[in-house]
Design a protein around this ligand. Structure first.
Ligand code: AMP
Ligand code: MN
Ligand code: MN
Length: 329
């Protein structure tokens, strides 16, 4: 059993007598939130046609349009919120469901499948494995492999690809590679999924990336790389927050750095903060201190103040962790 593993979900048991299922993931859904939700959705549609299943996610970026079922995703909650069973996927707490938290509150039973270290287990049934590469990997584990349809395989593979940075981050385990291989055996086009949903960028996305790189600065003896995008710059390039996905990862590829900090302005004096680390700093602790969360090597939060306030506050916490590490040497 893997470290931090909570009880595995028995999906067939959970679905006994269930007529309606709602599935949702975190706000500003990423590849894993989308992949895990659609992976489960297609599986239910194929194997449990008597169940009415619906997926709820905030607006999905265009790059994900090649994944089957994206058009069926419901972007706003309506009147029908009382599902027999609610699946909360890739979401560390109820607040991160945004408007869809109502589904969790009103459902007869709730099941959470997640890999965020900051997840305290808020559902009736919680399957949380911080060591897992992705929620998509965990969803694969609760499905019967021979019953996984092609559409689920595509979605789950995509989720794993995104959260592992294409099998590159340290969360990529031998199990991750095995699961990816088993999904590939369903006949999916892995290369197309990787290129179209992960690497391909629009001209404007690349322009804003260029701007973020050009204006990045090194702090703390070059251990930290930092960059920020203001609202007026986003307006100038005609981009929205989802167009900035991936910038923090590229900042992190600057050799010699331990932490990458990327901010973008959501409202005046309010910034969405993305943190990445290489080997030493636990950024989930830093993000949690400021009311956010995530993983040891990738975390996020929202902070108020000027860019300088935000950076100063975060770097103090990073400095503290690096100092403790040095004193242990
Ligand atoms: P981001 O930099 O926003 O892509 O986030 C990196 C990782 O941290 C992702 O796995 C997010 O789901 C997670 N994360 C970001 N913001 C929060 C938050 N406020 N609370 C919990 N987890 C978060
Ligand atoms: Mn996610
Ligand atoms: Mn995830």
């Amino acid at each position: 059993m893997r470290k931090g593993m909570s009880a595995m979900i028995n999906l067939a048991e959970e679905l006994k007598g269930v007529r309606t299922v709602a599935i949702a993931g975190h706000v500003r859904p990423d590849g894993d939130a989308i992949g895990s939700c659609l992976g489960l959705y297609h599986y239910l549609k194929k194997n449990y046609p008597e169940i009415e299943a619906k997926v709820y996610l905030e607006q999905i970026p265009d790059a994900y349009r090649i994944i089957a079922g994206v058009d069926e995703v419901i972007c706003q909650t309506g009147a029908e919120t009382e599902a027999d069973l609610f699946f909360c996927l890739d979401c560390a707490d109820e607040k991160r469901l945004g408007d869809f938290a109502v589904l969790c509150k009103k459902a007869r039973r709730t099941v959470c499948i997640d890999h965020h270290i900051s997840n305290g287990g808020f559902a009736d049934e919680n399957y949380i494995v911080p060591d897992a590469s992705s929620t998509s990997e965990l969803v694969f584990g609760v499905l019967e492999e021979e019953k996984i349809p092609y559409e689920s395989a595509e979605a789950l593979y995509m989720g794993i690809v995104h959260d592992t940075g294409v099998f590159r981050h340290s969360c990529t385990s031998p199990e991750t590679m095995e699961i990816a291989a088993r999904l590939m055996k369903k006949g999916i086009d892995g290369s197309k999924i990787i290129n179209r949903t992960y690497y391909d960028k629009t001209y404007h996305q690349n322009q804003i990336l260029g701007r973020a790189l050009l204006e990045s600065i090194l702090l703390m003896d070059k251990k930290i790389i930092f960059s920020a995008i203001r609202q007026k710059e986003m307006d100038f390039y005609g981009v929205t927050p989802s167009d900035l996905d991936g910038i923090v990862q590229i900042l992190m590829s600057t050799s010699g750095t331990e932490v990458a900090i990327f901010l973008y302005e959501t409202e005046p004096q309010t910034f969405k903060v993305s943190l990445r680390s290489r080997e030493i700093v636990d950024v989930s602790v830093v993000a949690a201190y400021f009311g956010g969360g995530g993983h040891v090597r990738a975390a996020g939060c929202t902070m108020q103040g000027s860019i300088y306030d935000v950076v100063n506050n975060i770097t103090l916490h990073i400095e503290e962790q690096l100092r403790q590490e040095n004193s242990c040497d």
